[in-house]
Write a protein that binds this ligand. Sequence first.
Ligand SMILES: C[S@@+](CC[C@H](N)C(=O)[O-])C[C@H]1O[C@@H](n2cnc3c(N)ncnc32)[C@H](O)[C@@H]1O
Length: 234
Amino acid sequence: MHTLADPRNALKLLKRLERRVQIVHGHTQIAGQDYPWARVVDPDRLLEQTLSNDQPESAVLDPFWAANWRAAQGLDRYLGTLTINPQTRILELGGGSGRAGISAALRGAQVCITDASSMALIMCRYNARFLTDHVQVRKLDWSNTQGFEQRFPIVIGSDIVYNPSLYPILEPCMRQVIEQNGVVLLSEPQRHTGDRFENWIRKAGWRCDSHLIDLEDGQREIRIFQCRLNPDAS
Ligand SMILES: C[S@@+](CC[C@H](N)C(=O)[O-])C[C@H]1O[C@@H](n2cnc3c(N)ncnc32)[C@H](O)[C@@H]1O
């Protein structure tokens, strides 16, 4: 049973979303529960529209928040293998529509979901409307972390290592937001860019172990990178 904290606020968020995109309401499995889930009807169309607008790269990246990425389902399942104590503080980078962060919150954590895209933040707030005592949503662009002072023992990110040109801004951001001895958990569907990330992050001074999560959907397993700063590199 999911209880809505403030229906008027939820309605305002929905109206802001619907001014830009068509939303469909349903349910999805998160943290082993049937959770109310809103999603963009046609994320591909949104992407095509944005690409054809000849906008700067930051805006072109924008619509990726709207899709349902398998990597988020993999991270959801992986979080289920961990012991998450109530009050464990978790930060999500590039949260998109919020599935991985919401999974952590449903498992009892206190979660801060972040993204650079303002539409993604609205979508996250809307999808997390039943979990307002566990979820905070904040803007965080990896290229400009000024003013973001919080550090976390666990940082998560699903499908955020797809573009190697972003690694030089993602890695310093990871360094800034992680507590000493903390861990960054990143999921991706075993793309070639994931292999590149694994090599790149090791060269940048991190230990990186990987695990595979089978979604039992006939596709490749989801790879989880478990990244910890080498002691001499912090
Ligand atoms: C492929 S989507 C994945 C979204 C979500 N994590 C998921 O798995 O459904 C990548 C996300 O990274 C975000 N992103 C891209 N560049 C970013 C940046 N410089 N700072 C913060 N977020 C960024 C995008 O807005 C988008 O939500």
